[in-house]
Design a protein around this ligand. Structure first.
Ligand code: AMP
Length: 282
């Protein structure tokens, strides 16, 4: 595995692979790898002949009072894990190279970015869309892989690729969970032991919603009431939102017909966690 940190070196290598018709896969990440990241890399290894993993904690997608500074970082550990999975290139650009003085171009995926996390994290998806387009231009992948853990992000990136005619296939992969159901996240490292127990309320409320639907419940209000009660009864937590949305448009769903996505963002202590699941009529 090679580590490349210079965007120009990355771009010229990617261009030469493209000229040779080599099928390149990109897995964009912010590092501090866990099994969720590794599952995307393992899948990428299967579907392409060159696998690039980008590792960049993107300042543009963090708000002024968010955790950019304290976001966990461990390049040596990450490089070891990536190498083990068979990553070809670990691409680790620096903020000063991606956003040099004078930088002023941003990508906005309009209405999809406004609700859910977008409403609580202004500018977040503008930062995500901008960096992802830059990473695409630097690595020239045929395929890019994202986790359903960040479901709104996945929908936004699919829209970006369709709207800007990018010749890239976007693949979404399932959420990888700890044994007890907590969705894996680099931010789980922030949780104290009692907060770690409380964090289970996200998964428990997704399961409760699935059970309601299996028992015939279709009403948005009934489903969200149950979720809100579970979160409210859990210590250290505060709900940002619980929403039932259309899996493609992310528009609110009043009555479940076919399928909908249940989306959750919950503060546990000073850590903001997100999770989601597909709810389906059977
Ligand atoms: P991050 O480093 O948190 O920005 O995540 C990088 C990629 O890994 C994104 O596409 C995430 O959706 C994905 N990811 C993060 N956590 C998980 C997980 N638990 N299961 C599956 N994919 C994940």
């Amino acid at each position: 595995m090679e580590i490349i940190d210079n965007p120009r070196d990355m771009q010229s290598l990617a261009a030469s692979w493209q000229a040779q018709g080599i099928r390149t896969v990109l897995v964009p990440t912010m590092g501090y790898f866990h099994q969720g990241h590794l599952s995307l890399m393992e899948y990428g290894r299967e579907v392409g002949s060159r696998l690039i993993v980008s590792l960049f904690v993107n300042p543009l997608q963090f708000g002024p009072n968010e955790d950019y500074q304290r976001y966990p970082r461990d390049l040596i550990r990450d490089a070891g894990m990536a190498e083990e999975v068979g990553v070809d290139i670990l691409y680790t650009p620096r903020a000063k190279h991606l956003y040099p003085p004078g930088y002023q171009t941003y990508v906005t995926v309009d209405s999809l970015s406004q609700g859910l996390c977008g409403a609580f994290r202004p500018g977040h998806f503008r930062g995500v869309a901008t960096v992802v387009l830059k990473l695409f231009n630097q690595t020239r992948p045929q395929v890019a892989i994202f986790g359903e853990k960040d479901y709104q992000q996945l929908v936004i990136i699919k829209r970006l690729v369709a709207d800007l005619d990018l010749p890239i296939t976007i693949i979404g992969r399932p959420i990888v969970r700890e044994l007890d159901g907590l969705a894996m996240s680099s931010r789980n490292a922030y949780l104290s032991p009692p907060e770690r127990s409380s964090a289970l309320c996200l998964y428990r409320s997704l399961l409760a919603a699935r059970e309601l639907v299996a028992a015939g419940e279709r009403s948005r209000q009934a489903i969200l009431d149950t979720v809100q009660q579970i979160i409210a009864a859990t210590p250290y937590t505060r709900l940002d939102y619980a929403e039932l949305v259309d899996p493609e448009t992310l528009e609110k769903v009043q009555v479940l017909r076919g399928a909908a996505r249940l989306m959750l963002a919950v503060w546990v202590g000073s850590t903001r966690l997100i999770d989601n699941t597909l709810l389906k009529e059977t």
